[in-house]
Design a protein around this ligand. Structure first.
Ligand code: SF4
Length: 185
């Protein structure tokens, strides 16, 4: 990082300026089609700075990969409502890839898996973590007795070097070389 000029990496447009530009662009775009004066107004200073009253900003990190880019999460009544870049984060310097830029919506997604599920007779039903771990361990033990080479251990882009090392070791002790970090996805 010593050769990187931090100033050249930081965004040149602040959030407030960006919102003002967006408001101007929106007003300009709608003026030709409808009477903007009756349906739009300037955002107030309070709205520009505090769109979600009572919310607080929490520093966190993106969990979609092991880079761990910084995110400023805006939380209102316990719900993550908006996110901003963390320009002071030492790794990401305010940057995100497309996954991290949408982390807020991913967390709130209605199709997000929030607890272990098992498909029984074609229907998904919720089970406890203890049940899930017992079932997985039982199956892994069965496959290991039969032939450990029929199992493949897949890691995740979320895994750090150290975690990848543990998965590799686990696979070796299990009895197979079928191990992939899976970072290539
Ligand atoms: S998924 Fe993208 S935004 Fe998230 S930590 Fe990795 S590189 Fe950063």
């Amino acid at each position: 990082m010593s050769n990187v000029n931090r100033e050249t990496l930081l965004p040149k447009v602040g959030r407030r300026s960006f919102l003002k530009m967006a408001a101007l662009a929106g007003a300009a775009g709608s003026a030709g089609a409808i009477n903007a004066a009756t349906v739009t107004r300037d955002a107030t200073t309070l709205e520009l700075s505090k769109q979600f009253p009572g919310s607080k900003k929490v520093k966190t990190i993106c969990t979609a990969c092991s880079v761990g880019c910084g995110i400023i999460a805006e939380v209102q009544n316990g719900v993550w409502v908006r996110q901003d870049v963390a320009t002071d984060h030492p790794v990401s310097l305010g940057g995100h890839c497309c996954k991290g830029a949408d982390m807020c919506d991913m967390v709130k997604s209605s199709v997000r898996l929030k607890y272990p599920m098992e498909k029984v007779n074609g229907e998904w039903k919720r089970i406890s973590y203890e049940e899930a771990l017992d079932k997985i361990a039982t199956q892994l033990d069965k496959y290991r007795q039969e032939n450990p080479e029929q199992v493949l251990f897949l890691g995740s882009a979320k895994m750090s070097n150290e975690q990848a090392y543990y998965v590799r070791k686990f696979g070796a002790f299990y009895g197979t070389n079928n191990v992939d970090h899976q970072a290539r996805i």
